[in-house]
Design a protein around this ligand. Structure first.
Ligand code: CO8
Length: 258
């Protein structure tokens, strides 16, 4: 499918979705949000895709929701349309792994979008922030919730109350991002990670994603029970037999997602 605000490229089972509204630092307007949900769902359903990378430009992953588009909305309109709720739910429902490759600004909805992905690889020029308070609003799809789980209450309050930006180095130190790389190496690093994931059993990768995400939702004993059930269920798959046989036979596993 062709998109107005995205470039989508599939190579070696990795689907790279690049946000493409350079004139507005990839601000998330309604067209982009709708197209992004469609592109992610298409990748999730495609046999050609085993891992997804979401990225922006060197200057901006995304500078937040489109302020021009939002500025005149009324309470009744945002409540009635449940603004951004469906995007949150549709992106959170993607079952294949998604890596956010973030360079430049990831602010407001941009930071929240990166946190909706499964992990974040940051360029050394990345800047994360929840500056919504400067616009007279709170964060809307995870900036006060997911960010607090990632970086703790004190830093989340600091980010949300002062609206200051966090550098890539601080974001890595705080647990928001998994790796920081030189900006020029960002896509090489993200693609390398995605290809590694694409080599695994997709069944297992999706099960890992479900189990890790449950750790944010459940108390520890319930999360451990969920993990154990998932772990036990993997023994019903051919990929478990293949993975363990390959180890014992000292060869590469050939997973078939069965
Ligand atoms: N919305 C609309 N346009 C934007 C946005 C935005 N969020 N950010 C930048 N732009 C536009 C600017 O208006 C400007 O356009 P023009 O040239 O036509 O005036 C162009 O992009 C370039 O921006 P700047 O000239 O400002 O570039 P600078 O390098 O000087 O500054 C900044 C870059 C610091 C990123 C600055 O643009 C900025 O502060 N942007 C706003 C950041 C912000 O407040 N983001 C939060 C928005 S609210 C939000 O995200 C609510 C979350 C809802 C969830 C959505 C999930 C899908």
């Amino acid at each position: 499918m062709a998109f107005e605000t995205l470039n989508v490229d599939i190579q070696d089972h990795v689907c790279t979705i690049k946000l493409n509204r350079p004139e507005a630092l990839n601000a998330l307007n309604s067209v982009l949000v709708r197209e992004l949900c469609e592109a992610l769902e298409e990748a999730d359903a495609s046999d050609k895709v085993r891992c997804i990378i979401l990225t922006g430009s060197e200057k901006a992953f995304a500078a937040g929701a489109d302020i021009k588009e939002m500025s005149e909305l009324t309470y009744v309109e945002v409540f009635a349309s449940n603004l951004f709720a469906s995007a949150n739910d549709r992106i959170a429902a993607i079952r294949k792994p998604i890596i956010a490759a973030v360079a430049g600004y990831a602010l407001g909805g941009g930071c929240e979008l990166a946190m909706l992905c499964d992990f974040i690889i940051a360029a050394d020029n990345a800047k994360f922030g929840q500056p919504e308070i400067n616009l007279g609003v709170t964060a809307g799809i995870g900036g006060t919730q997911r960010l607090t789980r990632f970086v703790g209450k004190s830093k989340s309050m600091d980010m949300n109350l002062t609206g200051r930006f966090m550098t890539a180095e601080e974001a890595e130190r705080s647990g928001l991002v998994s790796r920081v790389v030189p900006a020029k190496k960002l896509m090489e690093e993200a693609t390398g990670a995605a290809q590694k994931i694409a080599e695994k059993s997709l069944l297992t990768a999706m099960a890992v994603k479900e189990a890790v995400n449950r750790s944010y939702e459940l108390p520890l004993n319930e999360g451990l029970l969920f993990e154990r059930r998932v772990f036990h269920s993997m023994f019903a798959t051919e990929d478990q037999k293949e993975g363990m046989a390959a180890f014992l036979e000292k060869r590469e596993a050939q997973f078939r997602d069965k």
